[in-house]
Write a protein of this length. Structure first.
Length: 158
C-alpha cells in the first residue's frame, strides 16, 4: 500500500454508500492511472434486476474501450469489496493491473452468514484463484469496517 491508496479506497466506500442511498447494493469502485488520475468510478446498479451491473464490470468494459493495453496494465482498481469470480475474470480479460479492496469476499460471506442472509448464486473465491498474476491488496481494516456497516444497513441489521 502507498500513501494514496487510503484516499481512493475511501472514495470506493463513498460510492458504495451512494449506491445504498439509491436502493442498490453497497459496492463502489474507482479506476486510477499509474499517475494517480481518476479515470472512471461507479457504484452498483443492480436494483433493476440485472445482477451483473456491478462497478467492477463497468470499469473493465470502460477500460477496454478507452485505454491501450499498457495503460490498463498500469492502472489500479480500488473497490469497496473484493471482486467475485465473474468480475475478477472480467478484470483479467481486460488486462487491468493491481486491485486494492477494502473488505474481502470471506468477510462478506461471514457477515451475511452471521446475519442469517442466504448465500448468493456465485461462490466466493479469492481474486488470485481466478487471475493468479494480478497484484492484490486487501482487506484494509478501517474501510472494511465502514463496508461492514453499509452491508449491515443493506440487510436490515442496524
Amino acid at each position: 500500500m502507498d500513501e494514496n491508496d487510503p484516499r481512493y479506497l475511501r472514495r470506493a466506500v463513498e460510492l458504495a454508500a451512494e449506491a445504498l442511498a439509491v436502493g442498490d447494493e453497497p459496492f463502489g469502485s474507482v479506476l486510477v492511472t499509474a499517475d494517480g488520475e481518476v479515470l472512471f468510478e461507479d457504484h452498483d446498479r443492480v436494483s433493476d434486476g440485472d445482477g451483473t451491473r456491478h462497478p467492477e464490470l463497468a470499469i473493465a468494459r470502460w477500460a477496454s474501450a478507452h485505454l491501450p493495453p499498457e495503460e490498463r496494465a498500469a492502472a489500479t482498481v480500488y473497490t469497496s469489496g473484493e471482486h467475485c469470480p465473474m468480475y475478477a475474470a472480467a478484470h483479467g480479460w481486460a488486462g487491468l493491473g493491481r486491485i486494492v479492496y477494502a473488505s474481502s469476499s470471506a468477510q462478506l460471506t461471514e457477515w451475511l452468514r452471521a446475519w442469517g442472509v442466504p448465500p448468493g448464486p456465485v461462490r466466493s473465491l479469492p481474486i488470485n484463484d481466478i487471475v493468479p498474476d494480478v497484484p492484490v491488496e486487501g482487506p484494509v481494516p478501517e474501510p472494511a469496517e465502514a463496508v461492514r456497516a453499509l452491508q449491515a444497513r443493506a440487510h436490515g441489521r442496524v
